[in-house]
Design a protein around this ligand. Structure first.
Ligand SMILES: [Zn+2]
Ligand SMILES: [Zn+2]
Length: 293
């Protein structure tokens, strides 16, 4: 069994960007409801707020000041702080893997601007923190959210120590090929439009690239806006997510000692989060409580 940390603060549930992040509090509470904290290898770490210094590693002071004047400042700090805490604890080996439940998105955040319920690069900020603490240098980010991760792609486009595998909806019309900034370490692939097709695409594109790249840790943005009842591809049932987790976790187990951080902001309705979140914890912590469906 693996030691799994859950990173969440009440601010992330109560002050979530709720038009997008619908099931944040429900998702977190479902872990307790399902009794998963009775397993000694599952532990909740209350997310601490990130500091401005930590955020300034990727964002401009001007943008930080701008976000400070919005209602999304506090929830952004706790969301980024959860990611920073998880990054530190996984890389030092205190825990094996983690689930970060954030109240905002992150992958549309650039240095000076952001859109789509994103303010700061939640996953992205884990990386300079790890490097500042000499805990790691080389990371993979797998993004299965519906939308193209334009912010992450932009922030890390010249960083050859970051492998970025982004599944995005090429039909959204927002991004053309020239915006995807693809390279030897930055990839975009289409989503599947059924559970089976999505799983096939991820199994085909992710594990081999991770094996070749040899990251020290994998970050997986488990966007749930691909769920049937959400606003993205609306293609997947809740059963797809624990199955995706198995693919990504196996890659982490084989390539980087199991070091994996899953980030979600539960951007699907509570009924989906209630099903998915406990099962993600189950897969991460190897509890074997829920059989494969
Ligand atoms: Zn999205
Ligand atoms: Zn993309």
């Amino acid at each position: 069994m693996k030691k799994t940390g859950i990173f969440y603060h009440d601010v992330c549930g109560k002050e979530a960007y709720s038009s997008l992040a619908m099931g944040v509090e429900a998702g977190f509470k479902s872990i307790e409801k399902e009794g998963l904290y009775s397993y000694p290898n599952v532990k909740w770490f209350e997310s601490q707020p990130a500091t401005e210094e930590q955020i300034a590693r990727l964002h401009s002071r001007k943008w930080i000041e701008e976000v400070k004047r919005t209602q999304w400042w506090r929830v952004s700090l706790y969301s980024v702080g959860g990611m920073i805490g998880a990054t530190e604890k996984v890389l030092t080996g205190e825990i094996d893997n983690a689930l970060v439940i954030a109240g905002v998105g992150g992958h549309h955040a650039h240095r000076d601007n952001a859109w789509g319920g994103c303010y700061f690069s939640v996953i992205g900020l884990g990386i300079p923190h790890a490097r500042a603490k000499s805990l790691g240098k080389r990371f993979a980010i797998v993004d299965t959210d519906t939308h193209h991760a334009d912010g992450v792609r932009d922030l890390f486009q010249n960083d050859e120590d970051v492998l970025h595998i982004c599944f995005c909806d090429s039909f959204s019309g927002v991004y053309g090929a020239e915006d995807r900034l693809e390279s030897q370490t930055k990839f975009c692939f289409p989503h599947g439009y059924s559970d089976e097709e999505e799983l096939r695409n991820v199994a085909r594109e992710v594990p081999a690239r991770i094996r070749e790249f040899q990251p020290e840790m994998i970050y997986w943005l488990m966007g749930m806006d691909t769920h049937l009842d959400s606003y993205g591809t609306a293609a997947l049932t809740e059963k797809a997510y624990p199955r995706l987790a198995r693919i990504v976790k196996k890659a982490a187990d084989e390539c980087c000692g199991g070091k994996l951080i899953v980030k979600t902001c539960c951007n699907a309705p509570p009924h989906a989060a209630n099903y998915v979140i406990p099962r993600i914890v189950d897969r991460l912590a190897e509890l074997g409580k829920y059989p494969e469906e």
